[in-house]
Design a protein around this ligand. Structure first.
Ligand SMILES: Cc1cc2nc3c(=O)[nH]c(=O)nc-3n(C[C@H](O)[C@H](O)[C@H](O)COP(=O)(O)OP(=O)(O)OC[C@H]3O[C@@H](n4cnc5c(N)ncnc54)[C@H](O)[C@@H]3O)c2cc1C
Length: 416
């Protein structure tokens, strides 16, 4: 670990060494920049997660040359289980720019691999909590909780959903943000197929979903995620629903009646890029700090890595970093993110409608191609889907969502 002197000067301070920060730090350090990679945790560290790296994430790791040696499980098709127990297969197929599979891997191992990758390029690890950042001269001054401070010409805020960087630099509006909260735990059971459950909880459609995924050590990772808009006091809904979801998994036979949960851990999801100004001067927010989580299914690792890389490239390259970075987000992430945010609001505001739609989707009468199309749409895999089965229908779904959500407040964000 790097021990900074009382006050040290860097080209870039990256706050947070999760997938977003480590990816940014690796690219910046590889370009020759002097980079501080600051995290309050000592790695390897655990992180609340379903432990799933989606196909785009697997493709990006290959592109970045990150060798992931830690044990992992390849995961392809998934099963969607509806509110009345109906099932719909969500098949995984290779697109033009991603493989037909994802990975299940512990975040302790995965995040540590990315940190090691960044350090191998010369990024300097600083283990301390950043307590404050402010604009200072032509750059930024960061205070750490160990009494030290850093100066940097640019800052990458990769410090997760509750971002201190974003709050200190006036880049987040919490009341306009779209939050979710998710809780995971493990059971010592093996599960043949990854399952996503849209289920009734206490007589009504749970305003989120549950999952159970096999992991690499004969365990299964299960959890629930709930959408709470900007009302963060409602996070306890997920924690309270977790034991009831476990009982449902037992009743449906996915795990045995004796399965005992362990390792419960929860965390915030910030979704759809709402309530966030991701770029201000030479301060750029990436990953969860920028609200990059998919509002429909909670995936955020690929978006964190991709936005981390884009932020690094914007800081390294010619042109105004803020403009270059925003242009990347507008082109790649935001069209889906804003439409999906609006769709999430409609679903949460009309639970009966959502339940009917989910029951139909998972009905035995529904043709399999609908599952292929929904899998592409909600996993944001349409870009590059090429001629995958269901891609045409998924494009029609995306167009329908565009029409339904036109004029929604989420679609006005970012002047879209
Ligand atoms: C229960 C749950 C399940 C999920 N399942 C999945 C899944 O299966 N697949 C998927 O793709 N996504 C999943 N997500 C989302 C995913 O975890 C995030 O999108 C992803 O971790 C974002 O990466 P990041 O680098 O932006 O932030 P993080 O991974 O949150 O990293 C932020 C880092 O910043 C550090 N930090 C925070 N504040 C400070 C500070 N002030 N000073 C110094 N360091 C600081 C933290 O210690 C942390 O290491 C899930 C989330 C939850 C909560």
């Amino acid at each position: 670990m790097h021990e900074p002197t009382q006050h040290e000067i860097f080209d870039v301070a990256v706050v947070g060494a999760g997938p977003g920060g480590s990816t940014a730090a690796a690219a910046l350090a590889a370009s020759g920049a002097k980079v501080a990679l600051i995290d309050k945790a000592t790695f390897p560290r655990d992180k609340a997660c379903g432990d799933m790296i989606g196909p785009r994430g697997v493709a990006l790791l290959a592109e970045l040359g990150v060798e992931v040696k830690a044990p992992k499980r390849v995961v392809g098709d998934m099963l969607l289980v509806g509110p009345t127990g109906g099932r719909m297969a969500l098949p995984a197929e290779s697109g033009d720019n991603y493989p037909g599979h994802g990975w299940l891997i512990s975040r302790r191992d995965f995040d540590n691999t990315l940190v090691e990758h960044a350090l191998s390029f010369g990024a300097e690890s600083v283990t301390a909590r950043m307590s404050h950042v402010e604009a200072h001269g032509r750059g930024y001054l960061l205070r750490l909780d160990n009494g030290r401070s850093l100066e940097a010409a640019a800052v990458v805020g990769a410090d997760g959903a509750t971002t201190q960087v974003g709050r200190n630099l006036g880049m987040v509006d919490e009341d306009a943000s779209l939050y979710g909260f998710a809780v995971r735990a493990y059971v010592e059971e093996s599960v043949p197929t990854p399952v996503i459950s849209l289920f009734r909880d206490q007589g009504a459609l749970f305003p989120g979903y549950g999952w159970i995924f096999a992991d690499v050590e004969g365990r299964a990772n299960f959890g629930v995620g709930v959408g709470v808009f900007s009302d963060r006091k409602r996070s306890s809904m997920a924690t309270q629903a977790l034991p009831r979801y476990l009982e449902l998994l037992k009743r449906q036979g996915w795990i045995s009646a004796k399965a005992e949960p362990a390792g419960r851990l929860g965390g915030w999801l910030k979704m759809g890029g709402l309530g966030v100004k991701p770029a201000r001067g030479r301060a750029l927010l990436v990953g969860d700090a920028a609200g990059m989580v998919n509002p429909l299914q909670g995936e955020g690792i690929h978006a964190a890595m991709d936005s981390g890389l884009a932020a690094a490239r914007a800081l390294i390259g010619a042109g105004d970093p803020a403009q270059v970075y925003l242009e990347h987000l507008r082109r790649t992430h935001l069209p889906f993110a804003h439409a999906a945010s609006a769709l999430q609001r409609i679903a949460l505001g009309h639970p009966r409608l959502a339940e009917t739609a989910m029951t139909l989707l998972t009905s035995r009468m529904t043709p399999a191609i609908v599952g292929s199309a929904w899998g592409l749409y909600w996993n944001d895999l349409l870009r590059g889907a090429g001629r995958i089965r269901g891609a045409g229908l998924a494009r029609a779904m995306a167009a329908a969502v565009e029409t339904i959500t036109r004029g929604a407040p989420e679609r006005q964000a970012w002047g879209q």
